[in-house]
Design a protein around this ligand. Structure first.
Ligand SMILES: NC(=O)c1ccc[n+]([C@@H]2O[C@H](COP(=O)([O-])OP(=O)(O)OC[C@H]3O[C@@H](n4cnc5c(N)ncnc54)[C@H](O)[C@@H]3O)[C@@H](O)[C@H]2O)c1
Length: 329
């Protein structure tokens, strides 16, 4: 088992990591799940006497204030006091809303993240961003707050669908491309089916954690994590508007291909990245740049009416705040 030190908490990674789930100091314990993690993941947790289970509906559509109400209501009805703790057992949705509800309940109780999706393990559970969607706007209400600990165990991936695994893998690829050339070489020379998940997850978390620690509130360096996401978000919004939503990771993989085109890479490097992605993952059709323009022009990262990209300047290196006009794209 590996301990990765974050700001003021530890991230435990490995087959034995659940042994680090120590809740003996708390007055009460609640475990937050959705339908799928209740079915597939709850029984893998060590038994916690007198804990309660709170279930909210699964999926991005339910990452809203109604799910928060369910959580606050259950905590209140069960007389949870400020010495209690909430364990978030699920993907990024459960982690984001569970963390938000814990931080705001009675001005803050502790929470522990136990991510059960690849995306949750390598991305959502690290870095303290919490929140929920409001009026169809993603993560419109939210805050920064760190968990007491994060416990990562690849065993949960066994029941995760292939689609969800691919979706989380987009962030693994992104982390390698922006910060660790050796890791990219390892990924691109391995077959997806034979990956050593424990190792892959550990390296990916280390990359995200190092970047977040250098800039927790996303004033500069943390923007590096936006690589692939300017085009990625535009593609995600395009499909959402067409009422045929695609997974976030699928959009990010397509965004990585498009943003590599804008990056300072050799033609060979661009081709290698594109071929690796297209040969390992089946992706939706790539919309034309024209169709994406209205979404790009609305991106909240834009500056001086220009579209803002994080771009590679070599594999394993990137620069932030690269501004392009509509005509330059
Ligand atoms: N806080 C952050 O920094 C951050 C970063 C990236 C993404 N996010 C957020 O994460 C969310 C996406 O997270 P996600 O992709 O994990 O989606 P998700 O939480 O909706 O999980 C995807 C699906 O997998 C199911 N599931 C989860 N674990 C399972 C398991 N082990 N076995 C079987 N089924 C399982 C869930 O019930 C759900 O249906 C988005 O809301 C996004 O905004 C947050």
């Amino acid at each position: 088992m590996k301990e990765i030190k974050a700001d003021n908490y530890s991230i435990w990674v490995g087959d034995e990591s659940l042994s680090k789930l120590d809740v003996s100091c708390y007055s009460k314990v609640a475990i937050l799940v959705d339908k799928n993690t209740k079915r597939d993941c709850l029984s893998l947790l060590p038994k916690i006497n007198n804990s309660i289970v709170i279930e909210v509906p699964s999926g991005e559509q339910k990452k809203n204030i109604s799910s928060c109400n369910i959580i606050w209501e259950e905590l209140s009805l069960n007389n949870f006091d400020r010495d209690s703790v909430l364990i978030n057992l699920g993907g990024g949705v459960i982690g984001d809303i569970g963390g938000f509800c814990a931080t705001s309940y009675k001005r803050g109780i502790d929470f522990i993240q136990i991510p059960t999706t690849l995306l949750g393990m390598v991305d959502a559970s690290i870095g303290g961003k919490l929140g929920f969607n409001f009026n169809d706007l993603k993560n419109q209400i939210g805050l920064f707050s760190n968990p007491k600990s994060v416990i990562i165990n690849p065993i949960f991936l066994k029941t995760l669908s292939q689609n969800q695994l691919h979706s989380g893998f987009a962030e693994v690829i992104k982390h390698a491309l922006i910060k660790n050339k050796k890791h990219w070489e390892l990924l691109s020379n391995s077959s997806f089916k034979n990956l050593d998940w424990k190792h892959i997850i550990e390296i990916s978390i280390q990359i995200k954690n190092t970047i977040v620690k250098s800039d927790p509130l996303e004033k500069n360096n943390r923007k590096k994590l936006n690589f692939g996401h300017t085009y990625g978000h535009a593609i995600e919004s395009y499909y959402l508007e067409k009422k045929t939503p695609i997974l976030h990771g699928e959009a990010v993989l397509m965004g990585i291909i498009l943003e590599c085109e804008l990056s300072l890479l050799s033609q060979n490097e661009k081709n290698d990245i594109k071929n690796y992605i297209l040969s390992n993952f089946q992706l939706p059709d790539m919309p034309s740049k024209n169709k994406l323009m209205k979404f790009l022009l609305n991106d909240k990262k834009n500056k001086e009416a220009k579209i803002n990209f994080t771009l590679l300047n070599g594999i394993g290196n990137c620069t932030i705040d690269n501004l392009f006009t509509k005509d330059e794209l």
